[in-house]
Design a protein around this ligand. Structure first.
Ligand code: GLN
Length: 279
């Protein structure tokens, strides 16, 4: 175990010890806490562990190796083709749930849903919510559908999964002026920005890159959100560390929104902008 952690550290993995433990638990098919009372690793598990550590040292994302990504109360299936949900997105969902409290059957749209982390968490934590998850990437939407099916089978209110582009003026016309909340973790990384190998080589490009200032997709998203939201409906958009001023400015200058605010994540970095549809 110490050797595996050292190997991962050497390879530049950010949390080598935790990753080594999670991979060993995965190789053994046990929860991580069970490692505390483990006295022996059989040869087959040791071989599996060795292979997993080698892949992680080659910077394959941990979540692709375990096939799972925890997000709030859920565990999503993830793998090649879909963006791995991040813990820093969890608070945006908490904010959204606060806006929806007191609305029995809110109409909610998640633009660029990927694994479905945001949409499925909202449906799980607000069972009355009528959630539509929009995804344009054919590789990613297979995962959206898979996770939506698994959550519905587990008893959550079903989420509608729709193949579509969040900037398409024809998207979800039937919800025009009816949405209580539009939420998104859009592609916002400025073209050419340096990202870790796990991200550059394994997250789908469509989920990451947002043009020269990272806000190209967001500009189209705002047009869609302004159309879908009812007067007083809420908008929440995740953004990059460096966009804590530029994204609120773009939302303000759009003209259809009031109460534009920015919020930090748990690490204190600017992380999401919220606003309200005027009218
Ligand atoms: N936060 C992601 C990253 O750091 C980017 C997510 C996005 O563009 N939506 O890789």
């Amino acid at each position: 175990m110490g050797g595996a952690a050292a190997r991962l550290a050497e390879a530049g993995v950010e949390s080598p010890r935790v990753d080594a433990e999670l991979l060993l638990a995965h190789a053994l098919g046990v929860p991580r806490a069970r490692l505390l009372v483990l006295d022996e690793v059989d040869d087959a598990a040791a071989t599996r562990f060795e292979a997993l550590v080698a892949q992680r040292a080659d910077r394959v994302p941990l979540q692709h190796l375990t096939g799972r990504a925890p997000f709030r109360y859920l565990e999503l299936a993830v793998g090649p083709g879909v963006f791995v949900p991040r813990p820093e997105t969890e608070q945006l969902v908490g904010w959204a749930l606060e806006r929806l409290a007191g609305i029995a059957e809110p109409v909610v749209v998640d633009l660029g849903s990927g694994s479905g982390a945001i949409a499925l968490s909202l449906a799980h934590e607000h069972p009355g919510a009528q959630v539509t998850a929009v995804e344009r990437d054919p590789g990613a939407i297979a995962w959206t559908r898979h996770n939506a099916g698994a959550r519905a089978a587990a008893g959550d209110t079903p989420v509608d999964v729709l193949a579509g582009d969040m900037t398409d003026p024809g998207l979800l016309r039937e919800l025009d002026g009816r949405a209580d909340l539009v939420v998104s973790n859009p592609p916002y990384v400025p073209d050419g920005a340096r990202v870790p190998r796990e991200v550059a080589d394994h997250d789908p490009p469509l989920a990451l890159w947002g043009g020269p200032d990272g806000l190209d997709v967001v500009r189209g998203l705002l047009v869609t959100a302004a159309r879908l939201l009812r007067p007083g409906g809420w908008l929440g958009i995740e953004h990059a560390d460096q966009q804590g001023e530029s994204l609120p400015a773009v939302v303000r200058s759009h003209g259809a929104f009031t109460d534009v605010d920015d919020h930090p994540d748990l690490a204190g970095r600017p992380r999401y902008t919220t606003a309200r549809r005027s009218g």
